[in-house]
Structures are given as C-alpha cells and as structure tokens.
Design a protein around this ligand. Structure first.
Ligand code: ADP
Ligand code: MG
Length: 405
C-alpha cells in the first residue's frame, strides 16, 4: 500500500487544490434524502482548508447524459456541504466554463467552491481516451494540485478520477485512505466464518463479482434483484421480476463452482410478490418454488425476500465473524417491502466481529430504516468500488495514486 497522501503534496498554502469527491447523494423532489457521502467528504476538505489551500470540489450526481440537466445539479449538495463545513461555499454553474474559472479565481486561502456536475460534460465518461484527456486538461487548468477522495468512483476510468491524476501533483484524500484500511482487513485473512450478502438492482454488474468472491468466502447470501436469476437458474419461474436471462448459464456455473469449493450459496426460499411495482401494490408471501401461484400469476413481481429467508439470512449473519453486505434485499423505499433489508441490517448490528455495509443505496437504506452508523463496523461510500476491491482487482483510480493491489 503506497498511496500518496496529502502530505506528499507539500505546502498547500495559497495553492488551488481540485478535490474529486463523491457527492452523488440520493435525491427526491430536489431534496437530499441521505447526506452520508457529503459528510464523508468533510474531513479531507477541512484538512485542505486548514492547510491554507483554496479548494475546488468536483463530483458527479446521477447519470445525466453528458449535457446540463437541472435535475442533476449539484447546487443542493453544495448548500449542504456549506452547512456541514460551517462556512460559505460558492457554487459554479458550469464545470470548466467561465463560471468555474471565475469562481475558482475568486477563492481566497481556506475557502471552498463546488463546481457543477462533472457529467454535464461528455468528456468525463467518454469511451475515447482522447476525449477524457481533453476534459481532464480543462479541469487541470483550474488548479495546482489534485486530491482524489471519491471512493465510490475509483473503479471507474473516468476523466476526473483517472486522467486528471496524471496531469497535476496528485494524492489520495482521507476518505479513500480510511475506506482502504477497512477493505484491506476484509481481503487480508478475514476472520472466519466470512459471509458476503449481495442484493440490489445492478444485477449484471454484481453477478460478475461472484466468481471472484467464491474462493474467499464461506457463505454467500443472495437477495434483491439478483435472486431471480438464481431462482431461474434452479428452474423456478419468477413472473415479471427483475431477471437477467442471459446470465442464467453463468449463475449455474457459480452454483457448480460453489459446490466444488464447499462454499454455501443461499438463495431465498420465500419471496414477497407484488401485483406491480409500487408503494401501494397488493402483495403476498409465496414459496420460491410456486412463485406464479399468487393471484397475479406470471405478472407478479418479487420485491423482497420472504420472512423465512430473512430469518435464515439473519442467523447466518449473526454467527459470522466477518460480514460484507452490498445491495438491499428488496425495494426498501416502499415500507411494504423493507422487512428483508431491515432483518439483514439488524443482524449486521449483532455481529461479533467486523461488519461492513457497502453501496450508496445500502448505506441510505440502513439510515432510512433508523439504524445509526455506529452500529456497524464500517459503512462504505462505494458499492461497486468496494466489491471490485474485494475481488482483488486493480482499480484504475487507485493505481494512479500509487496503490499496488
Ligand atoms: P447499492 O447502491 O447499495 O450498491 P444498488 O444500486 O445495486 O445498491 O440497488 C439498490 C436498489 O435496488 C434499491 O433502490 C432497491 O429498491 C432495489 N431493489 C432491491 N430489490 C429489488 C427487487 N427485488 N426488484 C427491483 N429492485 C430492487
Ligand atoms: Mg446504487
């Protein structure tokens, strides 16, 4: 672990430092519903302002399509950041345009500005290296040094994460250092039994990691949207649930591999099925084997793990020494479908050992369900990033900061 630290940047007094944070918070009707990622960005920003730096914060929010889109503005996040810092935070209405230039030029030592959403610029996530480099050049033109602290994006080869680091003196911020500290404990001889719990909706993204995790874990618990691909792989019908048919063969391969390795993959035996996707949908618990026996037959959609499964998962989690959880067990945003996620979260708080929650929505879920951050060993700001790290992959955004996997 040879991550370059902020100290390696030398005296920062009067220097303009561009900081890649992850302010990608969940929003509803223009309001921030969980400010965890903004709070997690504060220590690094404070460290830089304390050192007398002029701080320009950059981040993405949501998935705008490479052009300005008001619903994805970072303005609300900038306001919240100002409240948390207890300081005025100025806001630029573009990322590298005239507003950004004048806002950054107006900064005095110890002051902070937030620039508008990186993804309003097509160069940020462009496939062509040249387009990303060109955008990174524009960002680099704003500052004297670069600090990378958006842990949630370090697995992405994007202009503000990867190319920018090569254009300025660069270092990792305190959040990345803290995240890696915990994740290292999960990869270097984790205490056994080691359980990984997977759920959520980014099914194809997450299915890919299972192959890499199998040799490392004792038990894998599968809930959320990906459970249906597993149920289908076992020959069950799953109605109108989230299903990746092209992944069924892959999943069959994982099940066989798990058996060979003596790893237990646990799949829901009961499911909460709804008449449609909605907070007030009618719903019923059914056994996974007779999914289409509900009144909604093949139109039924599975939105949570059932109560028997939740109990079984909770028992496995409680008796583990190390647990990593990524992805809600169901559509916890609707109270009718939150029970599975709540049971898993509750069990994690009872682990006698290390419990880690990873993922933006998973972190938001535990807070929305009334749990306190302190009840878990660690709440990671990055879902995909932490999973890829646990797979043992070299993450581009860490590699450019001197990290060796
Ligand atoms: P994270 O951000 O923690 O990595 P994801 O982004 O993969 O998690 O997924 C979170 C979303 O998954 C939540 O909004 C939740 O509503 C959704 N989800 C969970 N279970 C299901 C399901 N059975 N069907 C559809 N969506 C689901
Ligand atoms: Mg998510």
């Amino acid at each position: 672990m040879a991550l370059r630290t902020i100290e390696s940047l030398g005296d920062l007094k009067g220097k303009t430092v561009i900081v890649r944070c992850d302010l990608n918070v969940p929003m509803k009707d223009g309001e921030i519903t969980d400010d965890g990622r903004i709070r997690a960005s504060v220590p690094t920003i404070n460290a830089l302002t304390d050192a007398g730096a002029r701080v320009a914060v950059i981040s993405h929010l949501g998935r705008p399509k490479g052009a300005p889109d008001a619903q994805f503005s970072l303005a609300a996040a900038a306001t919240r950041l100002g409240e948390l810092l207890g300081a005025d935070v100025s806001f630029a209405e573009d990322t590298v345009g005239p507003s950004a230039t004048s806002t950054v030029e107006a900064l005095r030592d110890g002051q902070v500005a937030v620039l508008e959403n990186l993804r309003f610029n097509a160069g940020e996530t462009a496939k062509e290296d040249s387009a990303r480099s060109a955008f990174a050049q524009q960002l680099a033109g704003l500052a004297d040094a670069y600090v990378s602290d958006g842990f949630g994006v370090v697995h992405r080869k994007q202009a503000s994460v990867y190319e920018l680091a090569g254009l300025l003196p660069s270092a990792a911020g305190l959040l990345i250092a803290a995240e890696l500290d915990v994740l290292d404990r999960l990869t270097e001889r984790p205490e056994k039994p080691y359980t990984v719990v997977l759920g959520g909706s980014k099914v194809s993204d997450k299915l890919g990691v299972i192959g890499h995790l199998l040799p490392r874990v004792d038990t894998l618990l599968i809930g959320g949207g990906m459970m249906f691909t597993f149920l289908a792989a076992q020959g069950h019908r799953v109605g109108a649930s989230l299903l990746e048919t092209d992944q069924i063969e892959t999943v069959r391969g994982y099940l066989a591999e798990a058996e060979r390795l003596g790893v237990s993959i646990e799949i829901p035996t009961d499911v909460v099925v709804a008449s449609r996707f909605g907070a007030d949908a009618e719903h019923a618990v059914t056994s996974a084997e007779s999914f289409e026996s509900t009144p909604w037959r093949e139109h039924g959609i599975g939105l949570d793990i059932g109560p028997d499964t939740a109990r079984r998962f909770a028992e496995v989690i409680r008796s583990s020494a190390t647990v990593f959880w990524n992805g809600p067990m169901g559509v916890f945003e609707f109270p009718a479908f939150e029970a599975g996620t709540r049971a898993v979260a509750q069990a994690l708080t009872e682990v006698d050992g290390l419990s880690v929650v990873g993922g933006g929505d998973s972190a938001a879920a535990v807070r929305a369900l009334g749990f306190e951050d302190g009840q878990f060993g660690h709440i990671s700001t990055g879902g995909g990033a932490s999973l890829e790290f646990l797979e043992g992959k070299c993450l581009p955004g860490l590699e450019v900061l001197g990290w060796e996997a």
